[in-house]
Design a protein around this ligand. Sequence first.
Ligand code: HEM
Ligand code: HEM
Length: 282
Amino acid sequence: MKTNKQKINWVLDAGLFAVFLLSFVLDLTGLALHQWLGLFAGVLALLHLVLHWNWVKCVTVRFLGRTTWQARIYYVLDVGIMLGFALILATGVLISSWLSLFLDSYFVWKSVHVAVSIVTLGLVVLKVALHWRWVVSVFHRLLPITAPKVRRVETVPARTAIGRRQFLRMMGIVGAGACVAMVSASRALTDSLAQSSAPADLTALAASLATPLPLTTEPSGVGSNSAVASSPTATPSPSELTQSTPSPSCRVLCPRACSYPGQCRRYIDRNGNGRCDNGECL
Ligand code: HEM
Ligand code: HEM
């Protein structure tokens, strides 16, 4: 019974890790799928937390009293990862094409979103490394054919049968996935930080936190800098279509006004004039 629960936990943990990693490679998924995958990762993380709720309750009560240092370290790490997930999801939804919010400080929020993702991934890799014995032993129970062949099984305790080589193999797989994700996210972060033209964008962030911005502004060109997260492949939302219709008032969504081929995946040119529609007052 307990073994079945462990196996279910293993599959859920592996699924959560895979979905989390996939959320880093936007070039592979595109924005629309990224948003759903990110949300799905949040749901899986919540389920994962519910399955460990008894442990959380126990350690919370005993944190300052009678418990092991190992439990305390796991607890602090889990709280860090939980906060990381919460911040990733909150900033993700804020900059998402679902809300299409008129954010002056779009690139600051995007940088926070990506930076927290990178830090959280680091914590998750550390957590998997700390649980490596559990990960490897349950994996062998799930797929007995992969279990190491030990010569005198009866004299070798199960714990020592799982050795350093198994640890390196597991960390090799986890580390390779994490490296690909980190490289992709680091590039995105560098790009986003460069675009956020720091002082102006940070001032805008402070102002936008103090006062909500209107959804529609007078034509102002570069002044009203925001960005809507839409990929060239994504179907334009009704609000985006409205923005490309000539009107006396308009929203300039991006201050960069890129010409073809643009510098980001949001480049879109429905009127075919060789300039990004997001930077035009149409
Ligand atoms: C990609 C993300 C994550 C991965 C790969 C992961 C992996 C794991 C693994 C392998 C274990 C030990 C085995 C088990 O009993 O399932 C575990 C335990 C646990 N996880 Fe996670 N986890 C992740 C995210 C989270 C998040 C976001 C939270 C909190 C909201 C969380 C809370 C816990 C708790 C409370 C435990 C039990 C205590 C412990 O051993 O640390 N985990 N996780
Ligand atoms: C665990 C979940 C998530 C992770 C690890 C994650 C990670 C990332 C990373 C690394 C990037 C930069 C990718 C690049 O530009 O190459 C990014 C961008 C973005 N993410 Fe997430 N994200 C998650 C969840 C979400 C959610 C739930 C949403 C919205 C509902 C979201 C919305 C966005 C948006 C709008 C961008 C900017 C796209 C652009 O400007 O091109 N993310 N995310």
